[in-house]
Design a binder for this molecule. Sequence first.
Ligand code: HEM
Ligand SMILES: *[C@@H]1O[C@H](CO)[C@@H](O)[C@H](O)[C@H]1NC(C)=O
Length: 326
Amino acid sequence: MEIQSSKILVLCLVMFCLSVQLEGQLQNDFYCNTCPSAERIVMEEVRNAFMNDKGIAPGLIRMHFHDCFVRGCDASILIDSTSSNTAEKDSPANNPSLRGFEVIDNAKARLESQCKGVVSCADILAFAARDSVILTRGRGYNVPAGRRDGRVSLNSEVFQNIPGPGSNVSVLTQRFVNKGLTKEEMVTLSGAHTIGRSHCTSFSNRIFNFGGTNGADPTLDSNYVTQLQQQCPQGSTNSGLVVPMDPVTPFTSDVNYYQDVLANRGLFTSDQTLLTDSTTLSEVNQNAGNQYLWLNKFAAAMVKMGQIDVLTGSDGEIRENCRVIN
Ligand code: HEM
Ligand SMILES: *[C@@H]1O[C@H](CO)[C@@H](O)[C@H](O)[C@H]1NC(C)=O
């Protein structure tokens, strides 16, 4: 009886691990046979870094977004510039604001020593973003994997793909639709701004001399304007000044973002603009009042975002060092 059931267990494990890979698709437990500890190692590295600096979690979630929106989720965001190429990471949309690169490097180094040439940088980043969602008390989700790493990273492709903080709702919607994501998913994913920080430079146009008016953006709550003006003094030479995007719970995945937006305390024009369209406004209202709903939608939208234009099969490569093309 004992032997029988353990045989069944082994059989089940084997079947579980051998599930066929569908052509061109990602799959859960992709490294089950080839590097069974892959996801655990990434989680350990993200958790250790997070204990030291909670900002790592928002950093890695944003990095995954910026990776996926330019050439798909192919780890092009991780490639360093060279003397002959300015890479994505050195676009002003990413440098100096993106953070967490060393966490990916540490996970990759451990994975290379354990399972050489097996785990892609693109999958490491997707796992790390999911782990970051969990660490900020969001809802966990399985990350279908099997992404391969790209060989191209161009600064010149960033601005046309990543929406800027001054974007209106039609531009935002279009940028997401271009990547196969819906308007609703755009609103859902914008909720990531419930954690992390922004540099003053990303919104200073809203608090001083807005559109040449010499005043602040009239759609922004005036108490919030005063607070932001104090945190981001006009003409400050300190380009490193930052503010939390959700000042109350800056490291918790909750629906405060949507409540802030409804209170005209969305930090960017791209947040505030969600109130100007009836569809997005109703989504904001719904999310603001139902954290359980939003957490679920966010997890599902992250899975979908993580599949944008992925390289699979024998396309691309498994980079040895996430910063350098093989
Ligand atoms: C809808 C269009 C979006 C725009 C215009 C936008 C813009 C921005 C900007 C300007 C910042 C501040 C960067 C800085 O100055 O330090 C920021 C931060 C951030 N964004 Fe977005 N974003 C968008 C969507 C998203 C999405 C889809 C995600 C992820 C799912 C995301 C996750 C984050 C996170 C977590 C931060 C904080 C980063 C940190 O603390 O290091 N954003 N975003
Ligand atoms: C949104 O912004 C784009 C680009 O700046 C502009 O062409 C468009 O007219 C704006 N749409 C609305 C409704 O304001």
